[in-house]
Design a protein around this ligand. Structure first.
Ligand SMILES: [Zn+2]
Ligand SMILES: [Zn+2]
Length: 148
């Protein structure tokens, strides 16, 4: 990405591509939620921090643990409201380099998957091998805090 160019999720956060993106479900100073453009479940939302954080490898300790926790809570409340009959919900991140956009985003998916492809894409042992659940991220953030 060239200098000065905004990443697609920063553009959404700044309201610069209102026409291009699907509707924004939630926005405050810290977080933003919108629909995934190619949903893998009956509902598929993305929750992103307004601040440009590159990916899960950029997360550090307490401060980010709180952020991820808030992202997860927001995703849960949106899915509970919009997909109350879902069989279960899935919350997680793609590990780099398998993330499609380099701006931290939590995938929030109401099960079941729409296709076998979705099932592969969002499983930790799928052929893309790059899925990590929000709980695992939170666990690793809190253990890194303890050891430091
Ligand atoms: Zn960004
Ligand atoms: Zn992703």
């Amino acid at each position: 990405m060239g200098a000065g160019a905004l990443c697609p999720f920063c553009e959404i956060a700044l309201g610069k591509c209102a026409g291009r993106t699907s509707s924004i479900l939630f926005q405050d100073d810290e977080l933003l939620a919108f629909e995934d453009r190619s949903p893998s479940g009956s509902k598929h939302y993305l929750v992103v921090p307004v601040e440009h954080i590159k990916n899960i490898n950029s997360l550090r300790g307490d401060e980010h643990a709180l952020l991820v926790e808030r992202m997860l809570k927001l995703g849960e409340s949106l899915l509970r409201k919009d997909a109350p009959g879902a069989e279960s919900y899935k919350f997680g991140f793609h590990r780099p380099p398998y993330n499609s956009v380099s701006h931290l985003h939590l995938h929030c998916i109401a099960m079941p998957f729409k296709s076998w492809w979705g099932a592969v894409k969002y499983k930790s042992l799928g052929c893309l091998g790059g899925w990590i659940t929000a709980e695992e991220v939170l666990r690793s953030l809190s253990s890194s805090t303890k050891s430091s």
